[in-house]
Design a protein around this ligand. Structure first.
Ligand code: IMP
Ligand code: MG
Length: 181
């Protein structure tokens, strides 16, 4: 894995695709073990979580489970803007259902908190958060996510669905912003 420069910033290798696969399998096994119904609904938060959700959904391998998509946006460039924009809502009926929100990363927690509140208002049986990455030192809003792939320091990362100004979501590995020397 080599360094990558995008829009003038340099990123270095951080988490390999092999390590990601291992943790996705582990998290999927934990969620499967904890499911109390046969047909939970997994709500993928676009855009960032689509790569993780795709691998997670196949790893969990529950024939009666369903997937849905929702889109919220709080980031611009490498910083959270502190404001939430709901771009695509949930049309699926989740009343009485076991719901798992599938996120790429929980940073300040603003997105996760807003999502939880909106989904809870739709009267589900339960709502839990599954995130590939979690930055506990950045958490300002809401709860600690129930299922976490990797706990990481408050650094800006890209790849495996995570973008830098909409670029580099297709990288198989995760990269971290390199400090200026
Ligand atoms: P939060 O609302 O501050 O928790 O931020 C959540 C959203 O910000 C995530 O769903 C990502 O889309 C984006 N985000 C947070 N940290 C990073 C990062 O390190 N790289 C890329 N996107 C990030
Ligand atoms: Mg996102």
């Amino acid at each position: 894995m080599a360094e990558i420069t995008i829009n003038g910033l340099t990123f270095e290798p951080y988490i390999s695709s092999e390590e990601i696969s291992k943790q996705v399998e582990r998290v999927a096994a934990e969620v499967k073990r904890d499911c109390v119904t046969e047909s939970p609904i997994f709500v993928c938060v676009l855009k960032g979580a689509f790569v993780f959700a795709s691998d997670f959904f196949r790893a969990i391998d529950m024939p009666s489970s369903e997937i849905a998509f929702i889109r919220y946006k709080s980031y611009s460039g490498t910083e959270s803007t502190g404001e939430m924009n709901k771009i695509l809502g949930l049309n699926d009926n989740i009343s009485g259902r076991e719901v798992y929100i599938i996120e790429d990363i929980v940073d300040t927690g603003l997105t996760a908190h807003a999502l939880r509140q909106d989904i809870e208002a739709m009267n589900p049986k339960s709502v839990k958060m599954v995130t590939l990455l979690y930055k506990p030192d950045s958490l300002k809003y809401g709860k600690v996510p129930e299922y976490v792939g990797f706990v990481i320091p408050p650094k800006f990362i890209i790849g495996y669905g995570l973008d830098f100004d909409e670029k580099v979501r297709g990288l198989r590995d995760i990269y971290v912003l390199k400090k200026e020397e």
